[in-house]
Design a binder for this molecule. Sequence first.
Ligand SMILES: Cc1cc2nc3c(=O)[nH]c(=O)nc-3n(C[C@H](O)[C@H](O)[C@H](O)COP(=O)(O)OP(=O)(O)OC[C@H]3O[C@@H](n4cnc5c(N)ncnc54)[C@H](O)[C@@H]3O)c2cc1C
Length: 449
Amino acid sequence: MDNQFRIAVIGSGPAGLYAAEELVRATDADIHVDLIDRLPTPYGLVRYGVAPDHPRIKSVTKSLQKILEHPRIRFLGNVEYGRDLTRTDLDADYHGVIFATGASLDRRLNIPGEDLQGSTSATKFVAWYSGHPDSTGDFSLDATSAVVVGAGNVALDVARILVKAGDALRSTDIPGAVLDHLGVSRVEHVHILCRRGPQFAKFTTKELRELRALDDVDVIVDPSALDGIDETDLDKPTLTNLRVFREFADNRRTGARRTIEFHFSSKPVEILGDAGNTVRAVTVERTDTPATAGTAQTQELSAQLVLRSVGYRGRALPDLPFEAERGIIPNIDGRIINADGGDVSGYYVSGWCKRGPSGVIGTNRIDSAQTVEAVLDDIRSGKLSGDVDLTGDPAWLARHGHTVIDYGGWLYIDAEELDRGSAQGRERTKISDWETLRRIGLARAVTSV
Ligand SMILES: Cc1cc2nc3c(=O)[nH]c(=O)nc-3n(C[C@H](O)[C@H](O)[C@H](O)COP(=O)(O)OP(=O)(O)OC[C@H]3O[C@@H](n4cnc5c(N)ncnc54)[C@H](O)[C@@H]3O)c2cc1C
């Protein structure tokens, strides 16, 4: 009994799952993990961020599922820290807690017109097409011209989804209602605005190359954007990206129905509205590369939809420190720290809420291993030997048990989505509303480990 520990991991995205896996792998302690998520479904942004037309990346859920099936890990979904579960509960019921709550908020451009109708965040657009139950967005896609602001893969994802015709997305897990909207999308031109030159863009080559394969889409780069770039100190991925941009610049327009056009060294300075306060254009200013200062040379791009994709940031959580500027929970190598720099004993952090929104899914494995190492060090040094009753369920769970969706409940949801998909000749159709997710997920009672 002495060597038994109960650890809560809050958030079942990649960081939370990898942390849980590392914890139960420990050989010098017998650790039981409650993996808690506000959603009735596991996998975080793998389910609600990774693009639906990237099934190979999404299939990482197959290996993540194995983690959920470990006998000392139990998934407790539909439980939100700060609403159903407090710091006091965690203090009483667990030896330690790892927060892996991600970075779900978007950053703003802070320019005039940003709140006009038709201007919103890529985060909201992604949540909509991914079928996130919090999504309130209604993207009717009447726009013929869209501006996407950002130079990372999320900007490419949303640009690609905007120009893909309905049929090209029909095999994905996109909810039916969203698919209907995408199927009648009128979007013809997508402008991608990148503040700096092509050598500074954060796109990965694979995602850039994927644009070449889009049906009936011309990808446009102004050749002058590629002039005079000093390649001496550029790394290999950047040089490969430049080669792809050169190919785009060399391509002739084929008269395809849709276009994606990259605008480098270009930043939006104002979003202009019509009399009904709906977006009609974006004023774009040229910047000095490598700096991002404006040059006062502006042009107006006609657009009825503006999606900003300029970064994610974490949300402050009740009773925990928060570093507002970086949008993360302050920490040293995974141990949460207070404003005075001292660690909040027994509290840890991993993933995007630890380091900010960077890296790929696998980066979270390395990140979580570092955090779990801190937990294990603290176990070894006797720091986590608090008085926790391990004989039954934690008190908070005894209180809320009837509303918790466990792994069995998630399997019900999973099966229902697969059934709905197969009825339409698709692999899966996502269920996107809270009520249905809860109704199906709660058909199964919570089981103890
Ligand atoms: C649009 C988009 C596309 C991406 N595409 C790719 C890609 O193609 N390939 C790739 O490698 N990476 C991709 N990524 C990055 C990858 O998704 C992230 O690296 C990873 O998901 C971060 O993991 P995380 O666990 O820190 O956060 P998340 O995946 O966001 O998981 C956080 C979890 O915490 C839960 N949570 C939040 N608050 C609470 C609370 N108060 N109580 C309980 N639970 C809570 C959330 O519901 C969520 O399940 C993409 C990211 C985005 C945004």
